[in-house]
Design a protein around this ligand. Structure first.
Ligand SMILES: [Zn+2]
Length: 421
């Protein structure tokens, strides 16, 4: 801290040194909090000595909170060069990341926030409220569309089974989708040389898929195979976890901010922080950036359906149903909001998910476990996608080239959720 205060008195060079010292302290605090929360440090590829030091002498929770608070005060008094947009974003980013850290410590200390207050403090955003009538209207449309007898949930389950990717075809179908996502992304974004990933199939995790970023432009992508995966999810997962989603996002941050600028704060990724809304939102919106218009359907019909041994003639119909199903996504936020606010029990939340998102019981139970573990993180997917779409499309103005440029710019800068509007 002493070094920070002394250098702050200097000119422009001192300013960036000052910011770099605050950034280094921030990284060390994220690592310290990781000792109390196994999910918190999602990725770290900074100096290994910092991690070893944080484990050797763990900082108590209360000290992490007060140090985070002090760092925010130092940030507030740090000079930022005039007209330096990226430097200003950096300071705002560090302030919000530290604020989220304070909130996360308070939660670990036993403080209970409402769902909206939690998401505002952790992710710099609150999800819109959707009344049940909204979801009932979508369900009525599905009711007219889905064939067969029984409840709507039973008919949806029977219908989607026709589009399961057989387990023995999953790897070749997924790798083919990733290759296409990578090809499309590389046409528009300069991927760092040597970037690469490995794919693993796992069971028993609360999530459907995960990208573990290892640094040096390398990722491990894990896909959960507890439940079957429908064919329409393959490109979604390949884009979201790989290209132009998480793998590319993390690689661009490492290239442009950590290596080119020496901004060490981006060598650590705190899961419960505003950064996650940008990451999940750009992971989801990246699907439409890589496959605008009908291009996803065209690729699925021509390549993925035959590869999975599925009937290509049904691709367009399944895509239309999928668009209706996606409108039910916000119902999962409402289940989480009510459940975490203590208004409904776990079993009621699962029943809500079955009623309004048509999740079959095993899926609904799995989603409640996800909510138990990740809480208001659930808003980062759909609200994140909407905010990223708004930001990118306002700059793209319908032009594909500009859409990619805006997307790449967002994924290479320290932008915050509340500034995407
Ligand atoms: Zn994700």
């Amino acid at each position: 801290m002493l070094v920070v205060v002394l250098l702050a008195a200097g000119g422009g060079f001192a300013q960036s040194t000052n910011m770099n010292a605050i950034a280094e302290s921030y990284v060390k605090l994220v690592l310290a909090l990781g000792n109390f929360d196994a999910d918190y440090v999602d990725a770290y590829y900074g100096p290994t000595t910092w991690q070893a030091a944080s484990k050797a002498a763990p900082l108590p929770l209360a000290q992490i909170r007060t140090r985070a608070h002090t760092l925010r005060q130092e940030l507030a008094s740090a000079d930022t060069p005039a007209n330096a947009e990226l430097e200003n974003l950096r300071r705002q980013y560090l302030d919000k990341q530290l604020g989220a850290m304070e909130a996360r410590v308070e939660m670990l200390e036993g403080r209970k926030f409402s769902f909206d207050e939690e998401s505002r403090r952790l992710y710099d955003a609150t999800a819109p409220f959707n009344p049940e009538e909204h979801f009932r209207e979508v369900l009525a449309q599905l009711d007219r569309t889905l064939p067969g007898k029984g409840t709507l949930a039973e008919r949806w389950e029977a219908y989607r089974r026709r589009f399961f990717v057989p387990r023995d075809k999953l790897d070749v179908v997924f790798r083919t989708a990733i290759a296409e996502c990578r090809r499309r992304t590389a046409l528009h974004i300069a991927l760092p040389p040597g970037e690469s990933f490995t794919v693993e199939y796992v069971k028993g995790t609360p999530w459907g898929a995960y990208n573990w970023y290892k640094g040096n432009f390398q990722s491990v992508i894990q896909v959960n195979t507890d439940l079957p995966i429908t064919i329409d999810r393959i490109i979604d997962l390949a884009c979201h976890e790989g290209y132009p989603g998480h793998h590319v996002y993390n690689s661009l941050l490492e290239k442009h901010l950590v290596r080119d600028r020496g901004w060490v704060e981006f060598s650590v990724y705190a899961l419960y922080s505003p950064q996650s809304l940008i990451a999940e939102g750009s992971g989801n919106y990246g699907i439409k950036v890589a496959f605008p218009g009908d291009e996803k359907l065209a690729f699925e019909r021509a390549v993925l359906f035959p590869l999975a041994g599925l009937d290509s003639a049904r691709a367009a119909e399944f895509e239309r149903v999928g668009r209706l199903m996606k409108q039910l996504g916000y119902a999962a936020n409402e289940a989480a909001r009510r459940y975490l606010n203590g208004e409904i029990a776990a079993a009621t939340a699962a029943a809500w998910l079955t009623r309004y998102t048509l999740a079959e019981p095993a899926q609904a139970a799995k989603h409640v476990r996800f909510i138990d573990r990740y809480r208001s993180y659930v808003i980062n997917y759909n609200l994140g996608e909407d905010l990223v779409e708004h930001y990118v499309e306002a700059r793209a103005d319908g032009d594909a080239r500009r859409r990619w440029d805006a997307f790449a710019e967002l994924n290479s800068s320290p932008r915050l959720p509340s500034t995407l509007k």
